[in-house]
Design a protein around this ligand. Structure first.
Ligand code: SF4
Ligand code: MG
Length: 341
């Protein structure tokens, strides 16, 4: 399919004190129209930083230091580099081209405004000709998309349950027909039953409306049910990416294997979970070589020196991992060095 978003070499730093912290390093991926890309990693892996960079919602001290975020509009015009847009031009893209759903709907919803009024505000800011009455009617339609009945439109956010608020925030993100919706752990604060309902709704709405999604979570198993493709982040880098079922059933990076074993699939019976020993690295002083080497049970001589790059790991096209276990020639250090340096 056609690309909606092409991210090329994106790096984000936090410029605090003397040492800049690289929260995202050299991130590249392509998102196709209507595709759901899941991004998984522990907290501190850089996944939330990636989302705020993609949506240009980052605030100092976070700074995008390299890369492009090419957005391809529906009209087939030349792609726009979101990194290069000033705030005024970026606001034209927010809501209509891309929108965001945050972990807590309370961050998106105004606590002192009725739900319908918040929808009306967003809709009328993009379409001045829309009457208040029509905007409220549209709010009712949008809430119905996520199973919230019309009588709730006059409620304030605190009158809704947590799950309802989260669904209202998703409906609000869809209000102006965006081509891309970026979601940061939108189901973390709700119970498992509500989580499944929300994921099913996202899948149904994607089918009906055709938007693409970047969905960030720490829970890899959840992405198995939702995502078309999955990218695994560690220490600010994508360390594995591939078609969801292939990556989940045959992970090629030891970190992905550990992450998978940390969370049971939603349908599976409970079993012993093997977490990943150790903690993510301090990005002020990232480890040399493979960033995962201090925690990796499969590390080899040289892993603490050489940074592995993403390489195809078949048999499924598009499956890539950055781990020396997948390199064909890892036996001699000197040969390997010339490959990647
Ligand atoms: Fe482990 Fe080495 Fe692979 Fe890194 S490159 S994940 S340390 S085996
Ligand atoms: Mg986060």
């Amino acid at each position: 399919g056609q690309a909606v978003l092409e991210v090329r070499g994106l790096s984000v730093e936090y410029a605090t004190g003397g040492v800049p912290v690289r929260a995202c390093t050299d991130i590249s991926f392509t998102l196709r129209r209507g595709e759901i890309l899941g991004v998984a990693g522990e907290s501190g892996s850089g996944k939330s930083t990636l989302i705020t960079a993609l949506t240009r919602l980052q605030r100092p001290p976070a700074v995008t230091t390299a890369g492009e975020i090419l957005f391809h509009g529906r009209d087939g015009s030349a792609p726009v580099d979101l990194v290069a847009l000033d705030g005024r031009r970026m606001r034209r893209y927010r809501w209509t081209a891309l929108s965001i759903v945050l972990q807590s709907a309370m961050d998106a919803l105004n606590p002192v405004m009725r739900i319908g009024a918040q929808f009306a505000d967003v809709l009328r800011a993009r379409d001045r000709s829309l009457s208040k009455r029509d905007a409220w009617a549209r709010a009712v339609e949008l809430l119905a998309l996520v199973g919230i009945s019309a009588d709730r439109v006059r409620d304030h956010p605190h009158q809704l349950s947590g799950g309802m608020r989260q669904r209202a925030a998703i409906a609000l993100a869809l209000a102006c027909g965006p081509e891309l919706v970026v979601m940061d752990e939108p189901t973390t604060a709700v119970d498992v039953v509500m989580q499944r309902q929300i994921l099913a709704q996202v899948l149904r709405l994607r089918r009906e409306l055709g938007f693409a999604v970047v969905f960030v979570t720490h829970d890899l198993s959840l992405l198995l049910e939702l995502a078309d493709r999955i990218a695994i982040m560690y220490a600010g880098r994508i360390v594995e990416v591939g078609e969801a079922a292939a990556l989940y059933s045959a992970p090629k990076h030891p970190y992905t294997q550990g992450l998978r074993d940390s969370f049971p699939p939603l349908h599976a019976p409970l079993r012993t979970l093997h977490g990943i020993p150790g903690t993510p690295p301090d990005l002020r002083r990232p480890p040399a070589g493979c960033p995962f080497h201090p925690r990796c049970a499969q590390r080899m001589t040289g892993c603490e020196e050489r940074l592995p790059v993403l390489l195809p790991v078949g048999p499924k096209a598009g499956h890539e991992a950055a781990c020396r276990l997948n390199e064909t020639n890892t036996d001699t250090d000197t040969d390997a060095k010339t490959d990647t340096d």
